[in-house]
Ligand binder design. Structure first.
Ligand code: PLP
Length: 441
């Protein structure tokens, strides 16, 4: 890994360089494995965003409860939860037992089995207003299924998405994701290989702004099939919706015959058992779930009122997939939902996250979000309310902090987002708060 000469760096960069270099020396096995991976695995990593990891993409040998163990012999207290799914941690006895049991009964059938019904029933019991679901494997896929349902049931093509919101890596949704502060608010691609024809029907708007949405409906009467939003802007600074915003969005959709879609891939089974529907008391037409739903296994789902799935029953549109309803993932989901349903679980998780936030705030840092998913901001006097406001956050200072925390044995995500799960207890709280004290002085 090449780095600039230390003499050419400012103080902040010099500190960062020092930390990175110090850490690099301490992860020789990871560094070697990454070099080896780059020979055969294009880019060396399996998901684009991991490529730019600092100090270097790291390799893990195993995980247990809230701890990750890397190939260089370090143990890290984990607040990444693998970007969200590991809400009950790793090596959980109940999950292990249920998965082992299913393994001996069949890997997959490509056909019907009881757990599909059990998971569907459980989801309809847990999530307010969800009467039926469809199952798939990743959040990316489930978002596409929701958009197709919206388009098929309205007979319209356009949909609205908001700046800074992430709905998977496919061409029609990976737009207006990371515009610069100087860019106009419009639908722009995020990377190469995204032809304009694939996002021609996408209207990108600023979030938390009902006026902007109202104007879009006025500009495109009868053309907008749906509006998709993260209920908490977890992918860009964990900004919260303004009071009444989510209900206003759902109401505007109803008024204009469009389908409202909450992308709950992060918030589902994380901010409450019933996700944003329960937490904010708002029921959109469709909700998309992933990540925490199966505790680290690849399940996603779309849920809503029975009528919204009529287009599938009538055969007007299609949803399919070789691995849909995969028995192992469903066994993991049933176990995860059972663990999360234990009384007091969400209160405990939120209290844990709020205690970390209080510690960070005591260091004059702003935090946004809720207990179980939040972000920390350097250089913000007030918590940001939308994507553009998060651009003012000083990410270089966060990176320095994150690398310090890594040295102190705590693993954090590169984008300042913290995931808290049922796996974090008093012992972990003591460990993380003392690491924060150590790093921030
Ligand atoms: N939607 C949201 C809100 C997400 O955060 C993500 C992934 O981070 C996705 C969709 C895509 O999910 P997946 O990575 O499982 O395809």
């Amino acid at each position: 890994m090449k780095s600039p000469g230390i003499a050419s760096l400012g103080f902040r960069e010099a500190v960062q360089h020092f930390l990175e270099t110090a850490l690099l020396m301490d992860i020789p096995q990871s560094t070697r494995l990454y070099e080896r991976a780059c020979q055969s695995l294009a880019t060396g990593v399996s998901s684009g965003i991991r490529r730019h990891a600092t100090p270097s993409p790291m390799y893990y040998e195993r995980a247990d409860g809230p701890y990750f163990f890397d190939v260089d012999g370090h143990r890290f207290l984990d607040y990444t939860l693998a970007w969200g799914p590991l809400i009950v941690g790793s090596n959980h006895a109940t999950l292990n037992a249920r998965i082992a049991e299913q393994l001996s009964r069949g890997y997959t059938f490509g056909a019907q089995h009881r757990a599909e019904i059990e998971v569907a029933e459980r989801l309809t019991q847990l999530v307010p207003g969800v009467e039926q679901v469809i199952l798939s494997n990743s959040g990316t896929e489930a978002v596409q299924a929701a958009l197709r349902l919206a388009r098929a049931s309205t007979g319209r093509a356009k949909f609205v998405k908001f700046e800074g919101h992430y709905h998977g890596w496919l061409n029609n949704v990976l737009v207006s994701y990371r515009p610069k502060a100087s860019d106009p608010v419009e639908t722009t691609p995020t990377c190469g290989g995204q032809p304009a024809s694939e996002y021609a029907d996408v209207i990108s708007l600023p979030w938390n702004d009902l006026g902007a949405l109202e104007q879009a409906f006025a500009k495109y009467p009868g053309e907008i099939a749906g509006v998709i939003t993260e209920p908490i802007l977890a992918n860009s600074g964990s900004c919260l919706p303004e009071p009444g915003y989510l209900q206003g969005l759902v109401d505007l959709c109803r008024q204009h015959g469009a389908v409202s879609i909450f992308d709950e891939v992060i918030t589902g089974f994380r901010i409450a058992l019933g996700g944003a529907r329960e937490y904010f008391g708002v029921q959109p037409d469709l909700s998309v779930y992933g990540k925490a739903i199966a505790g680290g296994f690849t399940l996603s789902a779309v849920g809503g009122k029975r009528a919204i799935f009529d287009v599938l029953r009538q055969g007007t549109t299609l949803h399919a997939g070789t691995y849909n309803g995969h028995p192992i993932n469903l066994a993991a989901a049933l176990a995860t939902l059972e663990i999360l349903s234990e009384p007091g679980t969400f209160a405990r998780m939120h209290a844990h996250g709020q205690a970390i936030r209080a510690k960070l705030q005591s260091k004059s840092l702003a935090t946004t979000g809720v207990g179980t998913i939040f972000s920390v901001h350097w250089g913000q006097k007030t918590p940001p309310k939308d994507y553009r406001a998060t651009l003012q956050s000083d990410m270089a200072s966060y990176t320095k902090f994150r690398l310090g925390m890594l040295e102190a044995g705590v693993l954090l995500l590169p984008d300042a987002r913290w995931y808290v799960g049922a796996v974090h207890g008093e012992e972990q709280l003591a460990q993380v708060t003392s690491a924060i004290d150590k790093v921030l002085g």
